[in-house]
Ligand binder design. Sequence first.
Ligand SMILES: [Zn+2]
Length: 158
Amino acid sequence: MQSRYVSLGCLFAVCSVASAFAQTATSESRATTVSQAEQSQIAQQYVSQRLAFWQQRLKLDEWKISVVPARRSELKPNTLGGIRWDKTKKSAVIWVLDPAEYRTPFRETLDDMELTIVHELVHLELTSLPRSEASRGNEEHAVNGIAEALLGLNREKQ
Ligand SMILES: [Zn+2]
């Protein structure tokens, strides 16, 4: 299921890319806390590396983009990420659901986080287009399709 949320003012898009993942949290034992911290670190590294790759691919090199992990409670309901940008400063912040919130195998979690990055970068790519409340849903639909196609092609090549 894909739902979408892109606010007016062209500064903020909050997106849901597959909310089948990351359902309710279960209690974590102390033993898994360490590995969760490790996973979090690995995920952070992976995400920065994939951000650099896709930013270059999408020719968004002139943008200064940072990725911030976000807890579910910090994101809009039923979303897995979001982006806020400043066109004049060419800077953007992408929020990606924290890996600790996922209940999928770690590999799938990383893949999904990458999809969120690509999805938000495609929104950034479209910032120069006119946007309105009415175009919001269409944009989200297009962004979902483009992001999935890009990732699919890239993974086929590997
Ligand atoms: Zn979106």
